[in-house]
Design a binder for this molecule. Structure first.
Ligand SMILES: [Zn+2]
Length: 274
C-alpha cells in the first residue's frame, strides 16, 4: 500500500456542485447531517477505527439512502459539474498507479466504506479512493466488522515505506519469488493482521512474483551471457547494480528484493535455474 494525499475539499463543496433536480434537492436538504457524518468519518479515520462507525446516522432516515447513492452518479457523470471532484480524486494516485497493489492502473473510485451499507458516506471525498479494477473486485461491498480484517486506507494508513515486504526465491526452474509481509518494530497486532490480510486478499504474492518473474524472463539471456563471458561475480554485481537502480525509482519495490535474493545465491549466479 502506498499512502495518498487526502482530497483537498470536503463534502459540502461537492454537494454545492450538484445542481438541481428533485432527488438532488433531498440530498441538499441533508447537507448539514452529511457534513456532520464527514466529521465523524475523519475523526475515526485518524484512529483507524472504522469498525466503530455505525452504518446508520439517526439524523438521516433510511428513506434517503437511495437519494444519497444517486448523488454519487452526479460525480461520475462526465457531463456534470460534480465530475471535477471525481477527476481531482482520481489524480491523487501518481501515474495512475493503484495505491493498493502498486502494479495496475487505477480504473475507478472505490468507496472505502461501501455505499451499499454506508449511504451517508457515498459522496464524502475522504471515503473515495482511486484503485484498479482487480483490487476493486476483491473489496466489493463487504461490510467489515472485524478490526483485524480492516482494509488499509491509503489516506489514513501509512506503513512507512515498503520495508515490511520480504521475499526469497524457490530453487527450481525460473527461480520464482515468494513474498511475505514482515512485522515491523512498533506495529500493533491489529496493524500486522491488517497488512497480512491486505497482502493475502489482494493476491500480492502472486502478482508481484509474476512481475519479478517477467523481469527475469526478459533478462535471462543477458544474465547467462554475463556468466559465460565472466563468472558468477559478474552476474552478482549486475544484479546488485540493477537493484540499486530499481530502488532509486521505487515504483516496483518487489523487484529489487528479488534481485538481491538472487544475487545472494551462488546457485542462481551460476545460472542453474535456466
Ligand atoms: Zn490494485
Amino acid at each position: 500500500m502506498r499512502p495518498l494525499k487526502t482530497p483537498p475539499f470536503g463534502v459540502a463543496e461537492v454537494i454545492d456542485s450538484f445542481g438541481t433536480g428533485r432527488t438532488i434537492r433531498r440530498v441538499t436538504a441533508l447537507k448539514a447531517q452529511v457534513v456532520a457524518g464527514e466529521q465523524d468519518y475523519l475523526e475515526v479515520s485518524r484512529r483507524q477505527e472504522w469498525v466503530t462507525l455505525s452504518t446508520r446516522a439517526p439524523a438521516i432516515p433510511t428513506t434517503e439512502d437511495a437519494a444519497l447513492r444517486y448523488a454519487y452518479t452526479r460525480m461520475v457523470d462526465k457531463e456534470e459539474a460534480a465530475r471535477s471532484f471525481y477527476n481531482v480524486i482520481e489524480s491523487l494516485a501518481p501515474n495512475k498507479k493503484c495505491p493498493l497493489c502498486l502494479e495496475r492502473t487505477t480504473a475507478a473510485l472505490d468507496h472505502y466504506l461501501p455505499k451499499k451499507h454506508f449511504a451517508r458516506f457515498a459522496v464524502v471525498p475522504a471515503n473515495l479512493v482511486p484503485i484498479c479494477d482487480a483490487c476493486n473486485d476483491v473489496k466489493l461491498s463487504n461490510l467489515v466488522t472485524d478490526p483485524l480484517l480492516q482494509p488499509l486506507h491509503p489516506y489514513f494508513d501509512d506503513l512507512g515505506g515498503m520495508e515490511w515486504l520480504a521475499g526469497d526465491f524457490d530453487k527450481g526452474p525460473q527461480a520464482p519469488m515468494v513474498y511475505r509481509p514482515e512485522r515491523q518494530v512498533g506495529w500493533s497486532n491489529v496493524l500486522f493482521s491488517r497488512v497480512e490480510h491486505h497482502f493475502t486478499s489482494l493476491g500480492l504474492n502472486e502478482l508481484w512474483s509474476a512481475s519479478s518473474g517477467a523481469w527475469l524472463s526478459a533478462n535471462r539471456f543477458n544474465l547467462r551471457k554475463m556468466y559465460r563471458d565472466g563468472d558468477e561475480t559478474t552476474v552478482r554485481d549486475a544484479l546488485q547494480d540493477a537493484a540499486d537502480s530499481y530502488d532509486d525509482d521505487g515504483s516496483q519495490p518487489w523487484i529489487p528484493i528479488a534481485m538481491r535474493a538472487w544475487a545472494r545465491s551462488r546457485w542462481f549466479c551460476q545460472i542453474r535455474w535456466y
